[in-house]
Design a protein around this ligand. Structure first.
Ligand code: BGC
Length: 260
């Protein structure tokens, strides 16, 4: 089955690198016009735009800090006048934040992670759903993490924000379903991107990480892109309010492969 998204417009946040860039490329390859949101690297966003335009679709680069409600409001105005109404929103922008135990963490840094990973997707969905519910069509896809369900010492802001994003997904899905609008989450495991390069980039870190992945390898950003294309399409027309874990089995309690 070939999935085409021609005539659709997608906005992908944090699309200038990593998983976001791969999602933007995959949606563009499937025929959608793409708004590429970036925070601080216009040249990287332009480079991704160039690759996407080679698929014969339109692109629009838009700077915004998703943690700022004002930035997000301006971004939606810009995208809707530059590209058209948003049919597919992918809330991908996110950060791990500094590693610190709960009682040692800087509360301001903790709050900033939650603002980027949870408040940002809420504000983006808020604006996207205004149009989608009116047009009675559209899909919001939130990129969470296996840490939606797996606790992770040192990253309580990250895990709490991703768990919150999972529940935001379900609640918005419940609200939007009768308008023909779907809201979903994708939870990546360890995908090889700059965010976790300090782990997979050194032999001890990589060996430890692989013990946590039954499938025996890291995921590739384009594997997330391919899933997002399916979820955004009518192939998934009856799927809403759930998280798809794309993690090579990371959420399967791999330490129980032996013993117990
Ligand atoms: C984090 C990565 C980590 C992976 C698995 C992701 O959400 O961003 O840094 O490797 O989860 O723990």
């Amino acid at each position: 089955m070939e999935i085409r998204l021609s005539g659709k417009r997608a906005l992908v946040t944090g699309a200038s690198s990593g998983i976001g860039a791969a999602i933007a490329l995959a949606l563009g390859q499937a025929g959608a016009d793409i708004a590429i949101n970036y925070h601080s690297h216009p040249e990287a966003a332009r480079a991704i735009a160039g690759q996407i335009e080679a698929f014969g679709v339109k692109t629009f680069c838009t700077q915004a800090d998703v943690a700022s409600a004002d930035d997000v409001a301006r971004m939606f105005t810009e995208v809707e006048s530059g590209l058209g109404p948003v049919d597919i929103l992918v809330n991908n922008a996110g950060v791990d934040g500094p590693r610190a135990l709960g009682w040692e963490a800087d509360p301001a840094a903790w709050e900033q992670v939650v603002r980027i990973n949870l408040f940002g997707p809420f504000v983006c969905a808020h604006y996207a759903l205004q149009g989608m519910t009116q047009r009675r069509s559209g899909v919001v896809i939130n990129i969470t993490s296996v840490h939606e369900v797996i606790p992770w010492a040192g990253y309580s802001a990250y895990t709490a924000s991703k768990a919150g994003l999972g529940m935001l997904t379900k609640t918005l899905a419940q609200e939007a379903a009768s308008f023909g609008v779907r809201v979903l989450a994708v939870a990546p495991g360890a995908i090889q991107t700059p965010i976790n390069q300090s782990v997979w980039g050194n032999p001890a870190g990589l060996a430890d990480l692989l013990t946590k992945i039954p499938y025996g390898r890291l995921g590739k950003p384009e594997e997330i892109g391919a899933l997002v294309v399916v979820l955004a399409s009518d192939a998934a027309a009856y799927l809403t309010g759930t998280t798809i874990f794309l993690d090579g089995g990371m959420t399967l309690y791999p330490s129980f492969q032996h013993g117990g």
